[in-house]
Design a protein around this ligand. Structure first.
Ligand code: MSP
Length: 654
């Protein structure tokens, strides 16, 4: 049987400098999609690369006393190191300085010229060198680049032009006939409006610099950036190939993935180049949002770029990948903060996923000497767990197919919470006390191991080095591959009983948030100073005192907790020690409410707590949260939720 193919690409990045976490985001997202498609059995090809020509690179290299090629070689080696550290499984890396690429770009250019779609004329326009973009008089109002705000220069030169206008109607029809071509729909609408305003012919050659691919029949011209860059997606399949097998298998591309900044080039210029050349158009262009920092867009000149290698070193590749892909909802912008990253590691990875694995494995070790039992009869609680697994797998698949990676993770975490709750509902520690309940205990633990198997397969595309560690602990390291496949998710119960678990190190050790915050504050101060922004930063801080942003509010993890036990703390008349349930987890909280409540009247109450307050020791007891109360003078009342509503403990308050 011929396997279905899938071809996905990232933008080819400029090697003008090191890449930052924003570039890492796109590449990791593409890698996750590629891994998911491979998991589903697709013959997948994943392309990334570098866009190495242009005036900016030529200038930068000169400033550093290097030849352009020597300069880009170094930077591109850094790209490859970063992709390795991020576990990016590209199948091909294309550099626009390679012969295989140049030959295809020249061929396309010559063909377009010969058929009259490229013609020679004179260009006058406002040029932004850092962005390598020409602007019209109107666009470059105030003689600054509308994109980056830097000064533009008036340039007049002989150039070749590409007749974009000739293809505008055909392109519009294509976009209208293929609603999925540009995603998300907001970008599609933007592009349609843009085309409807009329397309100008595009300047496609330059004579003011020579670091580029030469126009074969007019060697004082180099082919200007977008025809060169965009063609990479096609040249990677055709250039220097012994036959047509790659292009036959993988073209048209299934997805070009990128951020919204370059959608216009990919949905207007690129399709027109292809149409005019008689080549099929890619199936989809998908644009995600920006990963922003508090001060706005990341940029080297602002001194606010985040180096992904530093983060990988500190937190590990799986945590970084998870954070990036969880944080940015599909198509929308999101803010990067190290604090939010640590919160995700502590709550989603350490608490939810890590604890599920460690608790389950520990119980199999303790109650069955490490051997996973065969399941006995299932009861209603089991059936509910199994039903949730099935629903989540289905939802995950749908969301992955539409590249809604963050929502796919939300779905998986719904199942992780369900599995954690299953432990609390089935009370394995009580079953273990009753000899007659051995079979039931075996079934409960089997279902947990099976849940972990299902979860591991779904998180694998996101966190590629995690599964081997989980398989090791759950005893599936040497199990047949068919219990780790996509197909095996379609049926509950593929975990091979008899597997021998073995508890290992915590998958995600908890991180001290306070420590990270003080380190982050220090390094931000240094960065700000370097960029001469200290003063602005202080003013900003003053302004922010009056309001908290929604992001700041969202950092406080308010949860509904149920009081399980309460007692007075010895030798004080103010403090009560409470044991509360937060869904499947339990916490100890020491609260100064003993003068207002007796321990008995608190038991069973559902209260609101700040769940992510830094733990503190009070009278030698570690208090892991704070309860919310309102007080005036001598009266104090704790905050509770509407008792008429059935809201489970652990629910988030907002
Ligand atoms: N060389 C061109 C692309 C040519 S593709 C035929 C280019 N290069 S770039 O180095 O500037 O990369 C731009 C891309 O990097 C964005 O489209 C996006 O994929 C990624 N990102 C760069 N910064 C980013 C964020 N802050 N947030 C999200 N994506 C980011 O443009």
């Amino acid at each position: 049987m011929v396997r279905k193919s899938f071809y996905i690409t990232t933008p080819i990045y400029y090697p003008s400098d090191k890449l930052h976490i924003g570039h890492a985001y796109t590449t990791v997202a593409a890698d996750t999609i590629a891994r998911y498609k491979r998991l589903k059995g697709f013959d997948t090809r994943f392309l990334t690369g570098s866009d190495e020509h242009g005036q900016k690179i030529q200038r930068t290299a000169k400033e550093r006393g290097m030849e352009p090629k020597e300069y880009v070689d170094r930077i591109v080696a850094g790209f490859k190191e970063l992709w390795k550290a991020l576990e990016v499984s590209y199948d091909d890396f294309i550099r626009t300085t390679e012969d295989r690429h140049k030959e295809v770009v020249q061929e396309i250019f010559v063909n377009l010229y010969e058929q009259g779609d490229i013609y020679k004329s004179e260009y006058e326009g406002w040029y932004c060198t850092p962005c390598e973009t020409f602007w019209t008089e109107r666009q470059a109002e105030g003689k600054v680049c509308p994109d980056c705000g830097r000064p533009v220069e008036l340039v007049k030169e002989e150039s070749y032009f590409f007749k974009m206008s000739k293809y505008a109607d055909r392109l519009l029809k294509h976009i209208e006939d293929n609603p999925a071509f540009i995603q998300p729909v907001s970008r599609r609408n933007e592009m349609v409006n843009f085309i409807k305003q009329g397309l100008e012919d595009l300047c496609v050659s330059r004579t003011t610099f020579d670091w580029g691919i030469k126009v074969p029949f007019d060697s004082k011209h180099v082919i200007y950036v977008w025809i060169d860059a965009l063609t990479n997606y096609y040249s990677a399949l055709t250039g220097g190939q012994p036959d047509n097998s790659l292009v036959n298998k993988y073209w048209p591309a299934d997805v070009h993935l990128m951020a919204k900044d370059i959608v216009r080039f990919h949905t207007i210029i690129w399709p027109i180049i292809l149409m005019a050349s008689g080549i099929e158009l890619p199936k989809k262009v998908v644009a995600h949002g920006w990963l922003l920092l508090e001060g706005g867009k990341m940029s080297k000149s602002k001194g606010n770029v985040i180096d992904p290698l530093v983060l990988i070193d500190k937190y590990g590749v799986n945590a970084i990948r998870y954070y990036l892909l969880r944080e940015l909802p599909f198509g929308a912008d999101g803010y990067y903060s190290e604090e939010a990253l640590v919160q995700r590691i502590n709550s989603d990875l350490a608490n939810d996923l890590g604890n599920l694995v460690s608790r389950s494995v520990a119980m199999v070790e303790k109650y069955f000497a490490g051997a996973v039992q065969s399941p006995d009869e299932y009861d209603d609680i089991d059936r509910d767990l199994i039903k949730t697994a099935g629903a989540v797998v289905e939802e995950y698949e749908q969301l992955m197919e539409t590249y809604e990676l963050s929502n796919a993770l939300v779905a998986v975490w719904r199942f992780i919470s369900r599995a954690n709750k299953y432990i609390d509902e089935t009370f394995p520690w009580l079953l273990a006390k009753d000899e007659n309940k051995r079979a039931r205990l075996g079934t409960v633990l089997y279902n947990l191991m099976e849940s972990i198997r299902v979860i591991t397969i779904m998180v694998a595309p996101f966190m590629p080095t995690l599964p081997p560690r989980i398989w090791e602990q759950t005893g599936l390291k040497n199990a047949a591959d068919d219990v780790k496949t996509w197909e095996s998710l379609q049926e509950w119960g593929r975990f091979p009983s008899g597997a021998a678990v073995s508890k290992g190190a915590a998958l995600f050790p908890r991180i001290d948030v306070e420590k990270v915050l003080s380190e982050e504050a220090e390094s931000t101060a240094v960065l700000k100073q370097e960029a001469g922004e200290q003063e602005a930063g202080e003013q900003e801080a003053d302004k922010q005192e009056e309001y908290v942003s929604f992001e700041d509010f969202a950092k406080i993890d308010l949860r509904l907790a149920e009081v399980l036990r309460a007692e007075r703390v010895e030798k004080t008349d103010k403090l009560l020690k409470l044991e509360v349930a937060l869904g499947d987890r339990q916490r100890t909280i020491v609260a100064g409410i003993a003068k207002h409540y007796s321990p008995e009247e608190l038991i069973g109450k559902k209260i609101l707590i700040v769940a992510n307050l830094k733990p503190a020791k009070l009278r030698g007891i570690l208090s892991e949260g704070m309860i919310l109360a309102a007080s005036e003078g001598d009266s104090l009342g704790i905050v509770t939720v509407d008792p008429d509503k059935e809201i489970p403990s652990g629910s988030k308050a907002k």
